[in-house]
Design a protein around this ligand. Structure first.
Ligand code: PMP
Ligand code: GLN
Length: 378
């Protein structure tokens, strides 16, 4: 039979992690921490299991977790999502994104994607029968071309997908960007799907500009986040989506036949842990220290640093080191130099070479130091 996703192979993250393991390279490719999470959160989940929270939870998530999410978002961003009708717990952000797309995009609808973009977006749109429409962030610092974004909107546009802080570029949206988006969609029926999984990784004292802060945008938006990023537990695959009641109702119609529910003990553990704001409020300083350490080291190499104002990704221009394609350079760097990276070309829908690769700095300082020592030899 004909493939539903004829252009999809194995994700670049899986490919590069496998190569890194084979070559015993320092893996700065796939984004995940190489250090452990807070033992308190593990204890909270273990306790939930021992307390017998091991059967199906309510379809949308357990009430205490939805309430804790609602409170957190209200405290940080000033919008109160109703815990019963506007907050849904998901199996990670990936499921939240796919479900939101399946719930809103009809065959033939257009979905605007700013590229480079996270790799799950386009296959999710295609599974819904939608048509991705690409607007390319502009060199050298990945600026958002709002004139082109506005021009890309047609009567068939159903959704605009945004991501701040942005994977892979490490850039963030500022208040002025949100205002421009507000102006562009005013008077249209376009919905917004906002991927904010790196919401607690914004640096230099800047705020995270959540869609939830902007009432005009929030009333037409799904806001997605993930506990995996915030609590150093990428393998737990648990996140959530906040959206106005009418959008949430449609989201849940798909959710209940997509996953039905998300595992119960982690929800109880997280409901408990989320009550303490310190772990997420401390996160920007925690990662900024790693960013600064990594950037200081890279500044002594022949790689050219690109800006990093958010996420745990640092992009570098390697054109002074090599003229290989990004994919070849990443493979060579992993195999021969012992440091795995991700080619940024993997985040574009067609050939796009700019001599840039992405490193993940969610690593212990000793791991980053080993990688820097190897990179400095080039
Ligand atoms: N969106 C972006 C931008 C990401 O980087 C990730 C992490 N891979 C996800 C979504 C998926 O998050 P999760 O692991 O919670 O599904
Ligand atoms: N989000 C992570 C990254 O961008 C990896 C996720 C995955 O492996 N699918 O590296």
């Amino acid at each position: 039979f004909a493939s539903r996703l004829p252009n999809v192979g194995t994700t670049i993250f899986t490919v590069m992690s496998a190569l890194a393991a084979e070559k015993r390279a320092v893996n700065l490719g796939q984004g995940f921490p190489d250090f452990d999470c807070d033992p308190r959160i593990v204890d909270a989940v273990a306790k939930a299991m021992r307390d017998g929270h091991n059967q199906y939870p309510p379809m949308a998530g357990i009430a205490p977790l939805r309430q804790a999410i609602s409170d957190k978002v209200a405290n940080l961003y000033g919008r109160r999502y109703d815990a019963n009708t506007e907050v849904t717990v998901t199996a990670g952000a990936t499921q939240a994104l796919l479900t939101a797309i399946l719930a809103t995009v009809h065959p033939g609808d257009e979905v605007i994607v700013l590229e480079p973009n996270y790799d799950s977006y386009v296959p999710s749109i295609e599974l819904a029968g939608g048509k991705p429409v690409f607007v390319t962030l502009e060199a050298p610092d990945y600026a958002i071309p709002f004139d082109k974004l506005a021009a890309a909107i047609t009567p068939r546009t159903r959704l605009i997908l945004i991501n701040t802080p942005h994977n892979p570029t490490g850039t963030v949206w500022r208040a002025g960007d949100m205002k421009q988006l507000e102006d562009i969609v005013r008077g249209t029926n376009v919905l917004i799907l906002s991927d904010e999984v790196y919401e607690h990784m914004v640096y230099d004292g800047a705020p995270h500009e959540s869609i939830a802060r902007y009432p005009e945008l929030a009333q037409r938006s799904f806001v997605v986040s993930s506990f995996g990023k915030t609590y150093h537990v990428t393998g737990w695959k648990i996140g959530y989506v906040c959206a106005p009641a009418a959008l949430t109702a449609e989201f849940r119609k798909v959710h209940q036949f997509n996953v039905f529910t998300v595992n119960t003990p982690m929800q109880f553990g997280l409901a408990d842990y989320l009550r303490d704001p310190a772990p997420y409020l401390d996160l920007p300083a925690f990662y900024q220290k790693k960013r600064d350490f990594f950037r200081e080291g890279l500044a002594k190499t022949r790689f050219k640093l690109l800006p990093c104002t958010g996420t745990y990704f640092q992009c570098v221009d390697y054109s002074a080191v090599s003229d290989m394609t990004e994919a070849d350079f990443s493979t060579w760097l992993t195999s021969e130099i012992g440091v795995a990276a991700i080619p940024v070309s993997a985040f574009y829908h067609e050939a796009h070479e700019s001599g840039v690769v992405r490193f993940c700095f969610a690593k212990q300082e000793s791991t980053l130091a080993t990688a820097l020592e190897r990179l400095a030899r080039l």
